[in-house]
Design a protein around this ligand. Structure first.
Ligand code: NDP
Length: 250
């Protein structure tokens, strides 16, 4: 049983979908967990009261991951409250699909700013704390879209491929301080993000997945839990695909 007693975690985009499941999973494993939401205050508040009622320590903080100021403020708040920060999960992400030929600059920039610059903002903001405590686990949520050629996703694929490169480079920079940096690349997971595609083609998608089901947020949260644990101390710079065999081709 993986145990995170005594650890402090920060999860971005924790109010819904995969991030929500990561928050619940890390908290149930014993970590104190702060999470960032952008606009879903109601859902964030409900999560905090529900998890607190069961004795778990969870904190919701509003902020925009694309803002460096917000990242620094949030990290400072977590460290002031719990005096350390052991685990960072960069999960917040958006899509804004469209063919490159007609993609507005804003659709490109907003996806890069949230998905990729957001990782830079938070990874840099936790660096001093993790290096000085000589312990850290950074887990970045990428996507199989980094490797697939999906029509209409040049912005998203670029951001998720960027995360994989960042993960490998940063791992070489901080390993000597006992900080590991890994990524998880989910396949097709049932969340708000994939609702439209699911409604249009769920049956077809399942046929391309070896285990013949869509992924659940818990499938990703369990992989994150492992990479965030002490037991994963010899794994760094790795991208773990969690896709039920989608990238195997069916
Ligand atoms: P959802 O759309 O369900 O949830 C997105 C979360 O990110 C929400 O909590 C949202 O906050 C938060 N968020 C978005 N933008 C910002 C921002 N600028 N600042 C702070 N928080 C923000 O997405 P998923 O759960 O599906 O996706 C989670 C991650 O997994 C993403 O990085 C996504 O790219 C990746 N992924 C998902 C896959 C899937 O099939 N679902 C497949 C591969 C990767 P709020 O609720 O306040 O809006």
């Amino acid at each position: 049983m993986l145990n995170l007693e005594g650890r402090v975690a920060l999860v971005t985009g924790g109010s819904r979908g995969i991030g929500k499941s990561i928050v619940e999973t890390l908290a149930k494993a014993g970590a104190k967990v702060a999470f960032v939401y952008r606009s879903s205050k109601e859902s964030a508040d409900a999560m905090v009261s529900e998890l607190s009622e069961t004795g778990l320590e969870v904190l919701a903080i509003q902020g925009d991951v694309s803002s460096k100021e917000d990242a620094e403020r949030i990290v400072e708040e977590v460290v002031n409250k719990w005096e350390r920060l052991d685990i960072l999960v960069n999960n917040a992400g958006i899509i804004n699909d469209g063919l490159l030929a007609i993609m507005e600059k804003d659709a490109w920039q907003s996806v890069i700013d949230t998905n990729l610059t957001g990782v830079y903002n938070f990874a840099q903001s936790v660096m001093r704390q993790m290096m000085s405590q000589r312990y850290g686990r950074i887990v970045n949520i990428s996507s199989v879209a980094a490797e697939f050629g999906n029509q209409g996703q040049v912005n998203y694929a670029a951001s998720k491929g960027g995360i994989q490169g960042l993960t490998r480079c940063l791992a070489t920079e901080v390993g000597r301080r006992n900080v590991t940096v890994n990524a998880v690349a989910p396949g097709f997971i049932e969340t708000d993000m994939t609702e439209a595609v699911r409604n249009a083609a769920e049956g077809e998608i399942k046929k391309r997945i070896s285990v013949r089901r869509l992924g659940l947020p818990e499938d990703i949260a369990n992989a994150v839990l492992f990479l965030a644990s002490d037991e994963a101390s010899y794994i760094t710079g790795h991208v773990l695909t969690v896709d039920g065999g989608l990238t195997l081709g069916g």
